[in-house]
Design a binder for this molecule. Structure first.
Ligand SMILES: [Zn+2]
Ligand SMILES: [Zn+2]
Ligand SMILES: [Zn+2]
Length: 606
């Protein structure tokens, strides 16, 4: 089922739609109940009732169509169960030697690292799943109760704390997060991912001195600001936060920027090797190139309201409209700086994110579409063809909608899709653009979670780069969500910082290096900090490190690639031979194994 997100939907139908996505059915007592939530209607748009008592008890769908107020732990458990289940179903693919606990020998040398990775990932997930299974009684006392929520009795209540790194709730008697291991008083907001996850913050850490010392030695090599990497950041974007107290912190929270900024500072990258651009709020005229006037005015209205909601999971406070204007303004100015050659390339450290925001609606934590604003700013500065690569784990339905009929902007997205069951439901391979712009929208929809570096690099080699090279952009934007990163509570995928560095490196040479990376989603602070740092190091000219060129894709990854190639070869002739080569190799492999239930044993590189 492919759900097309439409601005015509009321919030109630959106909720129903999301409950369908979550439960595979339209009728659901939770959502019937929540649909009765009173709303404040402002300028034709509905806002959640403000600060109403018990509001936090009402379930509301989140990015994965889960029930936020049932507790993120429960949701994480379901997600991991699904992932675990997927792996359980597919375990024959990778763990042929499961009975062998001792000396593990790779069947083929070239598969060693791949197999080891898969096995390690599987063990980790199993352990986490097991942990949660053992502890589920602690938090899910109301598991059997799908209907009316009752506050726990006083004697049952225990002191809990929320993990800074992953937002999960933990009991007071543990010092390390049950899910991610982060210490209760972690220094991640001060030192970023350089802080030890396992001990409380002890002030300055060694990494800081080491790295800063190292930099002093490299002083003469630091480039002058005018031709270096620019970073767009402004502290006022930290003021955008959810006012209403729910059962756990909203995943799209100010600490995301704090943790990345702390990591960059500790590494001596920013401030240090990158230079800041001054913040500017985007104008209404600039926004109108992307969004309807009604959308812009609706966002502006929220600055007069303590707490408001565009959708059950997309909040605003009094500072959100300005934060969104700053985010879009920074992206526009970075695009102009880079295209004009005043900056070599750039990273927009911004929030709220943007890629779900469409012409007429805010949704999926996004208010204004920052990447779309940046693409048009680059075109105003003279760019003829802009490429947007969106590696956020969710489909950028807003960006796709904005450029759906536009041949001058090529949108390529890699995302979990699962037949439309994964939020926001759009982004099937068959969605290719409309009205003469067919082929200028390329969707690479993963059919399951757990996708790792191997499948991303494989898709880059066989789809993203061939199409991008033929398109020959003069400006490139990455919609860089880091929610496909290993450890992300919403994405449940397995991309590592080395994978993100490699993907950045692969796009680095396109459009003569005119590359702007814009932060979208990503909710595990350690994962997003280490990933963003790895990406910026590549922007600064460092080598991406590990060579991931000879990766082996998963079976599901090859199937997705073949599906996309078969569709897109109608618009990009260069893909024709790739499709037949890959299909032939795939056919040979299937024949050789006489079954599709074995892992790939042949390299499928270009
Ligand atoms: Zn945690
Ligand atoms: Zn994406
Ligand atoms: Zn996302």
């Amino acid at each position: 089922m492919v759900i097309h997100v439409s601005s015509q939907l009321t919030m109630a139908t959106e909720r129903l739609q999301m409950s369908r996505l979550a439960n595979g059915e339209a009728e659901n007592s939770h959502h019937k109940q929540s649909d009765q939530t009173p709303h404040q209607s402002i300028n034709g748009r509905r806002f959640g009732n403000l600060g109403s008592e018990g509001a936090s008890a009402r379930p509301c769908p989140d990015e994965n169509g889960g029930e936020v107020s049932d507790g993120i732990r429960k949701k994480a458990k379901q997600q991991k169960e699904m992932t675990f289940q997927d792996m359980y179903n597919n375990q024959g693919l990778f763990d042929e030697d499961e009975d062998d606990d001792g000396d593990w020998e790779p069947p083929q040398v070239q598969r060693t690292s791949q197999m080891a990775l898969q096995r390690k990932a599987k063990r980790q997930k199993e352990m986490t799943f097991q942990d949660m299974y053992n502890n589920q009684g602690l938090f899910d006392e109301d598991d059997d109760d799908d209907g009316d929520w009752e506050p726990a009795q006083e004697h049952v209540e225990t002191v809990k704390w929320f993990c800074t790194n992953c937002t999960m709730v933990n009991l007071d008697d543990v010092t390390g997060c049950d899910i991610c291991g982060e210490h209760k008083e972690s220094g991640i907001l001060r030192h970023g991912y350089f802080a030890s996850p396992f001990s409380n913050d002890l002030g300055p850490i060694e990494a800081e001195h080491e790295i800063k010392g190292g930099h002093r030695d490299l002083g003469s090599q630091i480039q002058t600001p005018s031709c270096s990497t620019a970073v767009g950041f402004d502290e006022r974007m930290l003021l955008h936060s959810e006012v209403e107290m729910k059962s756990h912190p909203h995943p799209e929270r100010p600490d995301r920027l704090r943790a990345i900024a702390a990591s960059l500072a500790t590494a001596g990258i920013f401030p240090g090797r990158c230079y800041p651009i001054s913040a500017r709020e985007i104008t209404k005229e600039e926004l109108q190139m992307v969004h309807s006037l009604e959308h812009i005015e609706t966002v502006e209205l929220t600055s007069h309201i303590l707490s408001s909601y565009f959708t059950p999971d997309t909040y605003a406070n009094e500072h959100s409209a300005r934060a969104a204007r700053l985010a879009a303004g920074l992206c526009a100015d970075l695009a102009t700086e880079i295209f004009s050659g005043r900056a070599k390339n750039g990273f927009a450290l911004v929030r709220p994110p943007g890629h779900h925001a469409g012409v007429r609606q805010a949704m999926g934590f996004c208010l204004h579409n920052n990447a779309a604003v940046a693409a048009l700013a680059a075109q105003v500065a003279g760019a003829k063809k802009v490429l947007i690569v969106d590696w956020d784990v969710h489909h950028g339905n807003g960006t796709q909608e904005i450029f759906d009929q536009n041949k001058s902007v090529l949108y390529i997205s890699l995302h979990r899709h699962e037949g439309g069951k994964f939020y926001p439901g759009t982004g099937a391979a068959l969605e290719v653009g409309t009205m003469g712009a067919e082929g200028y929208c390329v969707n690479i929809p993963w059919s399951c979670g757990g996708v790792g570096d191997n499948d991303y690099i494989f898709a880059f080699q066989h789809i993203v780069l061939p199409i991008a090279s033929e398109f020959a952009p003069d400006f490139t934007i990455i919609s860089a969500g880091f929610d496909a990163a290993r450890g992300d509570p919403l994405g449940c995928c397995d991309v590592t910082p080395a994978g993100y560095a490699q993907m950045t490196h692969m796009l680095y040479a396109l459009s003569t290096g005119k590359l702007l990376v814009i932060l979208e989603g990503g909710y595990n602070l350690r994962s997003i900090s280490s990933s963003a740092t790895a990406v910026i190091k590549v922007l600064l000219g460092e080598s991406p490190g590990c060579n991931l060129d000879n990766v082996l894709p998963s079976k599901a990854g090859v199937q997705t690639a073949l599906e996309v190639l078969k569709i897109q070869m109608n618009f990009w002739p260069t893909l024709g031979s790739r499709f037949s080569d890959l299909q032939a190799q795939w056919g040979m492999y299937c024949l050789k194994n006489k079954s599709e239930d074995l892992s790939l044993s042949i390299p499928l590189n270009a």
